[in-house]
Design a binder for this molecule. Structure first.
Ligand code: EPU
Length: 337
């Protein structure tokens, strides 16, 4: 639990931005975390809790203490004929947990294969893909309060989950450290194949919709569209898909008949921001080392030496062009530091 100084965060953010932290330390258990929180630096310096660094954009050096979560462990707590309740350390790699669950013939997160990041970040932004969100399988979230060092538990309902949203992005933002997450997974396969290209991919591969095969299909689809952060720095979808009034969507459809939208309630439609950016001619757009990915316009990439500011300036330019062209505001999904 040594606290290091002037520590490079380049390998700790999937955008690969070369920023540093004034102080940096790792913790691998709740006790280590509580001990760190008693350190004077935690009282005097700004704190940042780092997970997998897959949903952050560093626009400057962090003038404070970064605490990196490495709490491990995946353990079945209870099981019956229908389901297993599993406790997972917040520092486990999300995709490793997906593979572990498939190996145990459990269903519920196979559609979330290959999402970068750690388990502890999954409830924060309620990760989702291919028709599933992590809120569908979380029972409780355990955390330590930064101010008091006390250990607390929130039920699924109290997490206020929404689209890429939860209480951890609002009331509890910067106030707590998630230490473990409890999931309930099903022993009966969910077979959620209707979203996106899963059905088509399974057909092409001649596979039935088992959890393992669905995860294979998702891994194939994601690998085709989304850049591997180890090769090309990125943090997945940079923007959220905006939710607008269905009446506005219908008006826009007259001008842009191809616009992609999903009905989410009687009056609201979620628009594919990737389509908006692509249709505005910005897919593959590049300014120095900051760019819009060539296969998926919702993903911004670092071609090597982009700074966080260059990425943010590109994001602003995109936001302005989208607002001018369609009258729609798009907002970042990633946390900007
Ligand atoms: N589209 C384009 N051009 C593009 C990108 C997308 O026309 O460059 C169109 C697609 O053809 C499709 C629609 O936009 O009709 C939606 O695209 P896609 O299915 O790829 O999904 P998305 O809305 O861009 C969301 C999530 C992803 C998740 C996928 C699959 C958000 C912000 N993003 O992306 O999550 O993997 O659905 O479920 O909700 C992430 O959050 O980091 C992420 C990757």
């Amino acid at each position: 639990m040594k606290i290091q100084q002037n520590y490079s965060l380049k390998n700790y953010n999937t955008f690969g931005i070369a920023a540093t932290a004034k102080y940096f330390a790792c913790f691998s258990s709740e006790n280590e975390l509580v001990e760190l929180l008693r350190n004077d630096l935690c009282k005097t310096e700004p704190l940042f809790i780092l997970g997998g660094g897959s949903n952050i954009l560093l626009t400057q050096d962090f003038e404070g203490l970064v605490l990196a979560n490495t709490i491990k462990g995946m353990e079945v707590l209870i099981e019956d004929n229908h389901s297993s309740t599993i406790e997972v350390g917040a520092g486990e790699v999300w995709h490793d947990f997906v593979l572990w669950s498939i190996d145990k013939n459990l269903s519920g997160i196979e559609n979330l294969a290959l999402i970068p990041g750690l388990v502890g970040a999954s409830p924060m932004q309620n990760i989702g893909a291919y028709g599933l969100e992590v809120k569908d399988v979380i029972t409780t979230v355990h955390f330590i309060e930064i101010g008091s060092g006390n250990s607390k538990i929130l039920s699924n309902e109290d997490c206020n989950f929404g689209y890429r949203d939860s209480i951890f992005k609002h009331e509890l933002k910067e106030k707590v450290v998630i230490t473990k997450v409890i999931f309930k997974l099903s022993k009966t396969p969910l077979n959620k194949t209707t979203y996106g290209a899963i059905e088509e991919e399974l057909k092409n591969l001649n596979l039935d919709p088992s959890p393992k095969n669905i995860s294979t299909a998702v891994i194939n689809i994601r690998s085709r569209k989304l850049p591997d952060p180890k090769i090309l720095g990125n943090s997945g979808s940079f923007f959220k898909n905006p939710i607008i009034k269905t009446t506005q969507f219908e008006n826009l459809k007259r001008e842009f008949p191809e616009m992609v939208g999903y009905t989410i309630s009687e009056t609201k439609t979620k628009i594919a921001a990737g389509w908006l950016i692509d249709n505005a001619g910005l897919k593959g757009y590049r300014k120095a080392d900051a760019g819009v990915h060539k296969n998926q316009a919702l993903v911004l990439v670092n071609y090597g030496n982009a700074t966080g500011l260059e990425i943010i300036n590109l994001a602003k330019e995109i936001q302005e062009k989208i607002k001018d062209k369609y009258g729609i505001s798009i907002t970042p999904e990633v946390n900007i530091l």
